[in-house]
Design a protein around this ligand. Structure first.
Ligand code: TZP
Ligand code: MG
Length: 222
């Protein structure tokens, strides 16, 4: 069973000047990141493959699954644990046919309709966002807000699909994000995904560990 609690989505362009990506990744893992998605938006295939291979080797040492954003071919090439698909990427059903059995498939969702489709497609998890506003991604769809996330989570009642929220999640709003997004039927997030909070820092280990502490506090309070 995959632990989605603290889901790091990489963003090498956000690293502070002089900060090494692989060192940041390793520190974030030491701090308690439970799943890593490698996300490369402006990288050619050769470099993406190289970064993915090296990231996979690091994640393997921490027994943390590596998920590849967008690219089923790169997920296959590096024997990644999974792939993360956006609404305009390869359909889940086709990715499922291409990837080995048991590969994790996640989908980005912003609306009830997208969520219902992800359930029909038998995705393993959904990334719901953006929950807050963010400058990390050029948002083309409305910001959902925590109450909106709660309403969307309710539609997953009775399904086994996992859900993480993404977008603007920081140490400073994590507890509010977790509490505020619990649905009326008590459906809570399985985890939270962060980019800049763990990438745009010289202390990813400490930040990850702090985020884990907040997640634990939330879980022991409910
Ligand atoms: N998808 C929705 S928002 C987002 C992605 C990839 C970016 C989130 O980045 P940050 O820095 O955690 O706000
Ligand atoms: Mg995509």
């Amino acid at each position: 069973m995959t632990d989605y609690s603290l889901y790091l989505v990489t963003g090498r362009e956000l690293l502070p000047h002089g900060q090494d990506y692989f060192n940041s990744l390793e520190q974030a893992l030491q701090g308690g990141v439970t799943v890593v998605q490698i996300r490369e938006k402006n990288t050619d295939t050769g470099e993406f493959l190289d970064v993915a291979l090296r990231s996979k080797a690091i994640c393997d040492r921490y027994h943390v699954p590596l998920i590849v954003n967008d690219r089923v071919d790169i997920a296959l090439a590096v024997q990644a644990a999974g792939v993360h698909l956006g609404q305009t990427d390869m359909p889940v059903s086709i990715a499922r046919k291409l990837l080995p059995q048991g590969t994790i498939i996640g989908v980005s969702c912003n609306s009830l309709q997208e969520l219902e489709q992800a359930v029909i497609d038998n995705a393993d998890y959904v990334g719901i966002g953006s929950v807050w506003s963010t400058t990390t991604k050029n948002l083309t769809k409305p910001v959902i807000g925590v109450r909106g996330v709660g309403e969307l989570l309710q539609s997953l009642d009775g399904t086994s699909i996992k859900a993480v929220a993404i977008g603007g999640i920081k140490s400073s709003n994590l507890l509010r994000t977790l509490h505020g997004s619990v649905s009326k039927t008590n459906h809570a997030l399985d985890g939270v995904a962060v980019v800049s909070e763990l990438m745009a820092t010289t202390r990813p280990r400490e930040v990850a560990s702090h985020l884990r502490d907040i997640l634990s506090a939330f879980r022991s309070s409910g």
